[in-house]
Design a protein around this ligand. Structure first.
Ligand code: ARG
Length: 587
């Protein structure tokens, strides 16, 4: 199935070719002046200029060739040589039917698909997640859904941060509190207990405690460093603790992510590739890439034409330990061994751009995968109303769990104000509030160009009016209830007839779906899809305001509008689904 804009572009391209010009001049897009035309083609000016012709003359020839073709009802030449195109009502009806019967609601597929690994989320074991982690989770999850929808073979990996200093902090702090645990006993022969010695609350307490002490006392920090080094070197008790810390953390993380509708295929982490590091180091030495420098093994990744300073890639530090560089490179080794992806995308804060530049260069130099197949999908920060990175009132990072709870409370308030019937049971009410909160948080984040910063404003995010997640849910809910009522009254959707301007505008809005998805995918920018979904909801609201639908007395018109509603709902839900947003039956 191809959308109207594609059909029109093909017709115009053929006409340009028939006149001896390149097909590219035939590109068609939605009209800037919807009151004058549905679509426009601006190619005549450039094409005519390239051969010293008069643009309006060429436009007249192209217009003649395409006139009456396929969906075209009328072509006008305007101004210096614009082609203004109006499509026929029949073509709009057909387009609506096609969307209604298409499993992808007109979303299309890509010509070439790939096997892609998404590295996103990146929560750190024991360290509380901050709003930056929310961005990575939501943007990453949405891109996974988008890529999958369009046919890519996607694997999403949470890539836990479980190899750094925070592990040392946890171990030493636990030792301070409970030195008698078997994990600290050098003579213990194992096996270690299966029941974890800590709860998630313990982890939430131990880490800040230790990190505060370490800040005040260098010797305390040194102890944590040592503990990490021992853990990395294979200390059996510490390794057993590491496993426990990871399991306890992951269980809690899954709850927070589920609230946001974020899903991962893999829960691997930095610690999983520890076993691959020795061979990787050997390989890097053999290839002459890793060089000894002041007791550390490094790779010089700088290039002649570098505009900014490019520090070396750290394979092994002077303490003999491995860090963020090594685990990321070893993770690439692992993924190339196990998944063999065509491409890897890292959805991580923009401020880590240099790190990824270094890792990507090292991976390329080591022959693991071409640099052009590794992408850092950066994003901006979430700020408070003061314009600085968002903090809680107490000045700390906002935990994801607290953020979710705040959004839920606000959503509960808003659905109350919006007049959700009290007859709805408590469970149902809680479920609706959770869906509203999820929609609010996700859409507020995704609607921004991802590299920009945005201001965190829960009040605005949860509003039922404006460009918000709840507004979109409300549009979907309205269509659902309207279709439900029609069905109860025995009214069936019928043949689509596009007569009014608002109906026409709605179908034209739907026609932009495939293009919005393709652009979103090509640029790795969810906001393009957000724009589409929002304009679709607006076009529906306009129809709803302008015409009776379920109450239309003319049976033919009513059937047509109900069919139109079905098509819109289908596409709205498909679009929202990619954004990870689910609409309830009522709200
Ligand atoms: N855990 C890291 C952080 O909190 C993010 C991990 C990003 N992914 C990666 N492969 N380095 O900053």
């Amino acid at each position: 199935m191809s959308d109207l804009v594609t059909q029109l572009s093909a017709a115009c391209a053929a006409a340009f070719e028939a006149e001896g010009f390149e097909a590219r001049w035939g590109a068609v897009r939605r009209s800037d002046r919807p009151e004058l035309a549905d679509f426009q083609c601006n190619g005549c000016m450039g094409a005519a200029k390239s051969q010293g012709l008069v643009p309006r003359d060429l436009a007249a020839k192209i217009a003649q060739r395409i006139s009456g073709q396929g969906p075209i009802e009328r072509v006008d030449v305007a101004g210096p040589g614009f082609l203004n195109i109006r499509v026929s009502s029949e073509a709009l009806s057909e387009a609506t039917e096609a969307i209604r019967s298409d499993a992808k609601a007109g979303g299309g597929t890509l010509d070439t698909t790939e096997k892609v690994v998404f590295d996103f989320g990146g929560p750190n074991v024991a360290k509380p997640m901050h709003v930056g982690h929310l961005r990575s989770a939501v943007i990453g999850d949405t891109l996974c859904r988008l890529f999958r929808f369009l046919g890519d073979d996607v694997t999403g990996d949470a890539h836990l941060g479980d190899w750094g200093l925070q592990m040392g902090h946890l171990i030493t702090e636990l030792f301070a509190e409970q030195p008698d645990l078997v994990y600290f006993d050098p003579d213990f022969k194992g096996p270690y207990p299966e029941v974890p010695p800590v709860t998630i609350e313990d982890l939430g307490r131990l880490y800040p405690q230790a990190s505060a002490k370490a800040k005040a006392d260098p010797a305390r920090n040194e102890a944590s460093q040592l503990a990490v080094a021992e853990m990395q070197a294979g200390h059996p008790g510490y390794r057993a603790l590491l496993r426990h810390f990871i399991n306890v953390s992951v269980d809690a993380l899954k709850v927070d992510y589920a609230f946001l509708g974020v899903e991962f295929d893999l829960w691997k982490g930095e610690s999983d590739v520890d076993g691959l590091i020795p061979d990787m180091v050997e390989m890097l030495k053999e290839k002459g890439l890793a060089k000894l420098d002041d007791g550390a093994w490094i790779i010089d990744v700088a290039r002649e034409d570098d505009k900014k300073e490019m520090p070396p890639f750290m394979v092994i530090n002077s303490r003999g330990g491995t860090g963020y560089h090594a685990t990321d490179l070893a993770t690439i080794v692992d993924r190339m061994d196990t998944l063999k992806p065509d491409r890897m995308l890292y959805v991580v804060d923009q401020r880590q751009a240099l790190h990824f530049e270094q890792v990507f260069r090292a991976a390329d130099m080591a022959g693991l995968i071409g640099e052009d197949r590794l992408e850092h999908i950066g994003f901006g920060t979430v700020n408070g109303t003061d314009g600085k990175p968002f903090k809680t009132r107490e000045g700390g990072v906002l935990r994801l769990a607290d953020l979710n709870a705040m959004a839920l409370a606000e959503a509960e308030k808003k659905i109350g104000e919006n007049g959700l019937s009290d007859e709805i049971g408590e469970d149902e009410r809680a479920r609706i509030a959770a869906l509203v909160a999820r929609a609010a948080l996700r859409f507020a984040d995704l609607q921004n160009v991802r590299t920009t910063n945005y201001v965190f404003d829960l009040e605005r995010f949860t509003s039922f009016e404006g460009k918000t997640g709840p507004y979109l849910l409300y549009a979907a809910v309205r269509i659902k209830s309207l279709l439900r009522r029609a069905k109860e009254a025995g009214h069936e959707p019928g043949e689509v007839r596009i007569e009014s301007d608002t109906e026409r505008a709605l179908v034209l809005a739907m026609d932009g779906f495939a293009n919005a998805l393709a652009q979103s995918h090509a640029k790795r920018q969810p906001h393009i899809l957000c724009e589409h979904v929002y304009s679709l909801a607006q076009a529906f609201s306009a129809l709803y305001a302008a015409h009776p639908i379920a109450n239309e007395s003319d049976a033919g018109l009513r059937g047509s509008r109900l069919a139109l509603c079905e098509a819109v709902l289908k596409q709205l839900e498909a679009g929202l689904g990619i954004l990870g947003i689910e609409a309830p039956e009522r709200m």
